[in-house]
Design a protein around this ligand. Sequence first.
Ligand SMILES: C[S@@+](CC[C@H](N)C(=O)[O-])C[C@H]1O[C@@H](n2cnc3c(N)ncnc32)[C@H](O)[C@@H]1O
Length: 232
Amino acid sequence: MSYANSRIPESAQQDVHEHLAARVARHLAAPFRKPFSDYNRNALDLSLAGWDGRAPLVLDAGCGVGHSTIELARRHPDHWVIGVDQSEDRLNRRKPYPAAMLPQNMVFVRADLVDYWRLLAEAGVSLARHYILYPNPWPKIGHLARRWHAHPVFPFIPMLGGALECRSNWRVYAHEFALALSLVTGRDPVCETFEAASPLTPFERKYRDSGQILFRVTIDLNPTGVARGGVA
Ligand SMILES: C[S@@+](CC[C@H](N)C(=O)[O-])C[C@H]1O[C@@H](n2cnc3c(N)ncnc32)[C@H](O)[C@@H]1O
């Protein structure tokens, strides 16, 4: 596939999945209790080891090659920014700057978010900003349970607070994510299209350069209702 010829996920599913609301309700009624693996506990410790305990936290969940993590750390020099991905290979890929020029207020950790999100919640950690950028869409109808908003871990995501933002190039994913968020929080997220003037991630750049419409879902989960700096 050539670079600026990326395709929107193809799916027989054209709208919000008919079983999504029931799935979310089931997960809310029966909290997810899968045991944690040691590697994810270690990842949590590693991700917080360089944090001074005071700086607002940013999580780049599923950061891939980590360009967004670096950019977020540059934009928010007074925050501690954590990039998490399960793929060692992606985390180790070449960065857009030499090591000496990388921001010091960030860390990359390899972890499975299914554990990592719950471990953060269990530790009582609150995020200032939380990004889920271009998660795998799993567009087949039968793969609903693999999308984050239909996964049993989903109710733990809003527990972490902060300004949460999910981006996707699949309209259905964004609408489903927004619906699931409203069911879990009782609040109304914003679901909208946007122009990626300065793409945060390689996927975003590729989709933009392919002329695709991009979607984002945002919600302010801070207790005061006032985002610390808003979603940027
Ligand atoms: C489509 S890529 C997007 C990467 C990046 N956010 C971007 O926009 O360029 C989705 C990423 O989520 C990661 N991922 C999927 N499931 C995960 C899990 N359970 N735990 C951690 N990372 C996961 C994948 O390894 C992959 O890097």
